[in-house]
Design a protein around this ligand. Structure first.
Ligand code: PXG
Length: 455
């Protein structure tokens, strides 16, 4: 037996490692972070349970953003922890190509019971970005397999976020994520975004105005011809660009224009999936079913990286053609359907089911809405919007320093024991779905104080 397989030795080694001298922050190049600012004044999280994080010094931090929109059931939930630990001991890895393991199939069956009718097939990935790339490839390959190989164009939307890979930033509409990386993918166009403060400021739930913006898709068809368009991808509620809630009637209109022209509709539900809006998916809540749906984050409660694409059977079935020994869809990842991710997801679905978490946001929505809108008269606030357990407070940008006020609000909240997420000058709130009224009051009370404090 190898020495390092003796449990006692492993534990001893691990302890000596973590007890090593204070670590330098220099080697780690951090993602989507102002590295120099962080390293001057680090913000470290060392422990988490339920609604809270703790810093290495033991300071308690209320988590108002579910980690990063992912820890929907709260932190360190026992069923999930146990599922991961047991799986790691039982089987750490199995090759996903040409081989399967039982939990991949069990999970797939469980997942498609939650999705809107018709989305009956699931393809695993390891992140939201990979789910988006996989869905875009499926859309193009689907049309090709049906003999419409000219349908390759992809339509995204301004202020959309679809992860950071080349397909995702190409259909995405975040200038900062696009401008640095050259010409991106060819053959992409964008609908206008739906954010309209002039008409919709301080809306509660879905805004009244803007359904007609879906008609942009008709303009795209007029410009490019439907025979060249494979798919449209949108977030039902745009998260990363500041919580942009679809105007009443918008998604229905987009769906019907897609149907009219044979264009696939992709919902990117990486944020909206798994209960965030008070229903299993935004598609469920809004009663609009896409042809492909991407998810990640809440699929494992953030505990192990995982993403997925749900596809309508009619899409999947088009691929199931030709000689049986031939790979139908040449795409996948070493870690597709990783055993630890599948186990974590099964534990997550159990937790969601036992605690009614996939619909709880609907009950808590009025509580969050009522509390958030009390901030309307606070300094700097130019809009407040909310749906399900998502809220946003938009602050006026400081002249010539767009995003600085938002960043300072995040730092001030951190000092007061509150973790929030900001994008530009908008604060996005997405607490774990186990949140109670007292937590919401703490979040809003702290923010009121923050707004009084920052310049
Ligand atoms: N699509 C959507 C709609 C997302 O929100 C991704 C794809 C990419 O997922 P991965 O797992 O590759 O990161 C996301 C990710 C924020 C924030 O501050 C949001 C995300 C990621 C990082 C920050 O709002 N969402």
């Amino acid at each position: 037996m190898y020495k390092d397989l003796e449990p006692a030795t492993v534990a001893a080694n691990d302890t000596s490692r973590t007890a090593a001298k204070a670590t330098s922050l220099e080697a780690y190049w951090m993602p989507f972070t102002a590295n120099r600012q962080f390293k001057h004044k680090p913000r470290l999280l060392a422990k988490a349970s339920g609604m809270h994080y703790w810093t290495p010094e033991g300071r308690e931090i209320l988590d108002a953003c579910a980690g990063l929109w992912c820890v929907n059931a709260g932190h360190a939930r026992p069923r999930i922890v146990r599922a991961i630990a047991d799986q790691a001991a039982e089987m750490d890895f199995a090759p996903p190509f040409n081989m399967g393991h039982p939990k991949q199939f069990e999970l797939a069956e469980r997942l498609v019971k939650l999705t809107p009718k018709g989305l009956d097939k699931v393809f695993y990935t390891n992140s939201g970005s990979e789910a988006v790339e996989s869905a875009l490839k499926m859309a193009i390959a689907y049309h090709r397999a049906r003999g419409e190989g000219a349908r390759t164009r992809l339509i995204g939307r301004e202020r959309g976020y679809h992860g950071v890979n080349f397909g995702g930033i190409s259909v995405g509409g975040m200038v900062g994520n696009r401008k640095t990386f050259g010409p991106l993918m060819a053959g992409v166009d964008h609908l206008r975004h739906t954010h309209d403060l002039a008409r919709n400021a301080f809306s509660r739930g879905m805004p009244e105005h803007g359904a007609e913006l879906a008609d942009d898709l008709e303009r795209m068809v007029a410009l490019h011809d439907a025979s060249t368009i494979a798919a449209v991808i949108v977030e039902p509620v745009a998260g990363s660009t500041g919580v942009l809630i679809p105007p009443k009637g918008y998604l229905e209109r987009l769906r019907s224009i897609c149907d009219k022209h044979g264009i696939l509709l992709i919902f990117d539900e990486v944020i909206t999936g798994f209960g965030r809006l008070g229903a299993p998916f935004a598609a469920t809540r809004f009663n609009v079913t896409p042809d492909l749906m991407t998810v990640a984050k809440g699929i494992t409660n953030g505990a192990v990286p995982m993403g997925a694409v749900f596809a309508k059977s009619m899409i999947h079935d088009v691929f199931m053609n030709g000689p049986e020994h031939v790979i139908e869809f040449p795409h996948g990842y070493t870690y597709s359907g990783h055993p630890l991710a599948c186990a974590a997801s099964l534990g997550t679905l159990d937790t969601y089911a036992e605690e009614g978490l996939l619909t709880r946001a609907r009950q808590m929505e009025p509580v969050l809405e009522q509390a958030l809108h009390t901030l309307r008269e606070s300094p700097h606030v130019i809009d407040i919007r909310n749906i399900g357990l998502v809220g946003a407070i938009e602050l006026a940008p400081r002249a010539g320093e767009s995003g600085k006020r938002g960043f300072e609000a995040m730092l001030a909240a951190w000092e007061r024991g509150l973790l929030i997420r900001t994008t530009g000058d908008t604060i996005a709130l997405s607490p774990p779905l186990i949140v109670e009224k007292a937590h919401i009051d703490q979040i809003v009370g702290t923010l009121a104080d923050v707004f009084e404090t920052i310049a």
